[in-house]
Design a protein around this ligand. Structure first.
Ligand SMILES: NC(=O)C1=CN([C@@H]2O[C@H](COP(=O)(O)OP(=O)(O)OC[C@H]3O[C@@H](n4cnc5c(N)ncnc54)[C@H](O)[C@@H]3O)[C@@H](O)[C@H]2O)C=CC1
Ligand SMILES: O=C(O)[C@@H]1CCC=N1
Length: 272
């Protein structure tokens, strides 16, 4: 595979970091971006081929990953349309809220498009991605897309495109929710008198340990939580405060808000 990224920002850098760590040669990866700082940062992740000419990049690759912001996707897609029609790469879009239908219209022809929603832990090969393929994507291309995203973590197909809005709300945005919980626990630890270092490290190791246990255990998260919670003990007091504060409903509302925002983005971007 020869993989090209249009847009060399945070997500491109996360996926490239993961791909190279998984053994892919940086010489088979291209990235184009008008911003020299983005390219310099990318080069510090891996010695990939870089440039600022999107059309030149398309001539080099058979898999094209569109990693620009949703708001400029239409402009970028229309600029590269003729080159995509000539070279016929598999197009993978990671943009939130850009439907495969809009992208196909902007690119023209009948492009093979995999729309996916990865997340930033791809950088440490612990990403979680939902993927959707349009009707033009053949089996070999589905495998290529899965191979790329599996190199950076878990990759799961959804069969209806609108499910990607839920994926965006759950795992695309999800790292931010856990980071926010970490920030809150670290602050609480400091307020109780722990040093910055002790509060920070204990929080991070606890998050890692809980995630590893939840992933490797044969019982679910609820049972693992119950096993920490001794009757009349400290965890019970804390969990009751979180439950009484409406934590579950708060998460349901937050994720639903993110899902609705993904839907709104799709409508806004289609209309542009
Ligand atoms: N940040 C995240 O956690 C996630 C982001 N996404 C999606 O990934 C996409 C990229 O997001 P980020 O990497 O966070 O943004 P970013 O702003 O870090 O990167 C976008 C890059 O595109 C470049 N760019 C601008 N115009 C360009 C053009 N005409 N041609 C080529 N490159 C151009 C910018 O210079 C920038 O380096 C977005 O569509 C976002 O919805 C998807 C999953 C998670
Ligand atoms: O916040 C956003 O819109 C993007 C999509 C998922 C994560 N970041």
């Amino acid at each position: 595979m020869r993989i090209g990224f249009i847009g060399g920002g945070n997500m491109a850098s996360s996926i490239i970091g993961g791909l190279v760590a998984s053994g892919m040669s940086a010489s088979n990866i291209w990235a184009s971006d008008p911003n020299a700082d983005s390219l310099a940062k990318l080069k510090s992740v891996a010695p990939v081929n870089t440039g600022s000419d999107n059309l030149a990049l398309i001539a080099e690759v058979n898999v094209l990953i569109l990693a620009v912001k949703p708001q400029i996707m239409k402009l970028v897609a229309q600029d590269i349309a003729a080159a995509v029609q000539t070279h016929q790469p598999l197009v993978i879009s990671i943009a939130a809220g850009v439907t495969s239908g809009s992208l196909a219209t902007w690119l023209g022809g009948k492009p093979a498009i995999v729309r996916c929603m990865p997340n930033t832990p791809a950088l440490v090969r612990s990403g979680a991605t939902g993927l959707y393929a349009n009707a033009q994507v053949n089996d070999a291309q589905r495998k290529q897309a899965a191979t790329i995203l599996e190199a950076v973590g878990l990759a799961l197909w959804v069969d209806q495109e609108d499910q990607l809005d839920a994926v965006t709300a759950l795992s695309g945005s999800g790292p931010a929710y856990f980071f926010l919980v970490m920030e809150a626990m670290q602050a609480a630890g400091r307020e109780m008198g722990l040093s910055d270092e002790v509060a920070n490290q204990l929080t991070l190791q606890t998050a890692l340990g809980a995630a590893q246990m939840a992933i490797t255990s044969d019982v679910d998260a609820a049972e693992l939580r119950r096993r920490v919670t001794s009757p009349k003990g400290t965890t019970e007091r804390a969990v009751n405060i979180l439950e009484d504060g409406g934590l579950r409903q708060l998460f349901a509302n937050a994720l639903n808000g993110a899902r609705i925002r993904a839907e709104e983005l799709a409508i806004e971007l289609e209309g542009e």
